[in-house]
Design a protein around this ligand. Structure first.
Ligand SMILES: *[C@@H]1O[C@H](CO)[C@@H](O)[C@H](O)[C@H]1NC(C)=O
Ligand SMILES: *[C@@H]1O[C@H](CO)[C@@H](O)[C@H](O)[C@H]1NC(C)=O
Length: 364
């Protein structure tokens, strides 16, 4: 999650100009408690009225998987969110709803802890390979590994089916708000912190800016997937990288990212293509589901791409590569993502664009 940035509120006159930018304000993270209760109704209503009076267009809110489906598979409880939405509607505000399939807690600005549903974590107790894994075997419980997209290991459902069912339930339960146009945008969470990326730079794992981060593809499902891809390409001997360093390394201290490093070899290129394509397919399939589910509603879909700015001005772009963005000086890693999103009529939401080179070190 990002901390809310300062907004400039416009006058009615500004609004009448053709291209005004609507202003949305992020609701506090804990507005619905981790136990699925809407506390402080009166206080929130008072604040929403103040926002409306200040000419704000709407609010943005995470709809947490870990809260709604916490009681068990397909046992969705929307009641707290519904009463919040009723108040938003009553105040005349619009809503951007985020389908948040990741854990809240452990990222910048996370002040509450909302794990993914307990019955999913329970699957991970006996099978920790459902989570993203580093070379050294460290697991990350923030989001299910893309290696599980088609593995029916959650009851009988795959990860994609769980995300799809959740959105279907939201569509059914919130149909009045969707059809009235109160809900304007649906941002579909596609990974850690809601972003289409791997959890390559987690502060709770000891990562510190500007560490290069680590590849996160060493769970048994992604390992097997890579082996099969390599075999089909006629390179059964190729393995996942074992020379890409650890979270806080500098690019040059690793065999993978140094100049003339593995990333420039055929083997390195094959790996990076595979690694970044896994993300693209992941986003593609979930947005495909979202499009089917929200067909006929007035909403726009959106997806968030992370702004990985450190090591951008090096040859190796190490931090982008570990996050899953195969972007080099002579290879545009963001265009395929933009193309995928545009195929689904989805908005690309990119963070950190307000930052300046001069504010950062680390070849940003
Ligand atoms: C929405 O969900 C709530 C609780 O989860 C339920 O009581 C209500 O009947 C549902 N409404 C619709 C329209 O599905
Ligand atoms: C895009 O992300 C920003 C930052 O998290 C958020 O304020 C905004 O509401 C998002 N926009 C959409 C359309 O989801």
């Amino acid at each position: 999650m990002q901390t809310p940035t300062l907004v400039t509120v416009r006058t009615q006159k500004d609004k009448m100009l053709a291209n005004y930018v609507p202003v949305y304000v992020m609701l506090p993270l804990g507005v619905i408690t981790p136990n699925n209760v809407f506390e402080n109704k009166e206080e929130i209503e008072k604040q929403l009225k103040q926002l409306k009076a200040a000419d704000v267009d709407g609010v943005m809110l995470d709809v947490w998987w870990g809260i709604i489906e916490s009681n068990g598979p397909k046992q969705y409880d929307w009641s707290a969110y519904r009463s919040l939405f009723q108040i938003v509607q009553k105040c005349g505000l619009k809503l951007q709803a985020i389908m948040s399939f990741h854990q809240c807690g452990g990222n910048v600005g996370d002040i509450v802890n909302i794990p993914i549903p307990k019955w999913v974590l329970d699957v991970g107790e006996t099978n920790p390979d459902i989570f993203y894994t580093t070379l050294s075997g460290e697991r990350d419980k923030e989001y299910i590994s893309v290696g599980l997209d088609h593995k029916p290991l959650f009851g009988r459902r795959t990860a994609i089916e769980m995300y799809s069912d959740f959105m279907k339930s939201f569509r059914e339960n919130m149909s009045d708000f969707l059809e009235s146009g109160m809900i304007m945008d649906i941002e579909v969470g596609l990974g850690p912190a809601g972003e289409l990326r791997y959890p390559s730079y987690q502060e709770n794992k000891g990562w510190v800016f500007p560490g290069i981060g680590e590849f996160q593809c060493y769970d048994k499902y992604l390992k097997a997937d890579f082996k099969e891809a390599a075999r089909q390409a006629g390179h059964s001997d190729w393995e996942l990288p074992d020379n890409a360093g650890v979270y806080n390394d500098k690019p040059d201290s690793t065999g993978f990212f140094k100049s003339t490093g593995t990333y420039l070899t055929d083997k390195g290129k094959f790996f990076l293509t595979w690694y970044s394509n896994k993300l693209l397919f992941h986003g593609d399939q979930i947005l495909d589901e979202a499009n089917k589910i929200f067909r006929g509603c007035k909403v726009k879909l959106a997806a968030k791409v992370s702004g990985i700015h450190w090591w951008y001005k090096t040859e190796n772009h190490a931090a982008e590569l570990t996050a899953g963005y195969y972007n080099l000086n002579d290879r545009d890693g963001y265009r395929p993502i933009a193309r995928m999103l545009s195929r689904h009529y989805a908005i690309l939401n990119f963070t950190c664009i307000e930052m300046r080179d001069s504010e950062q070190s680390a070849r940003c």
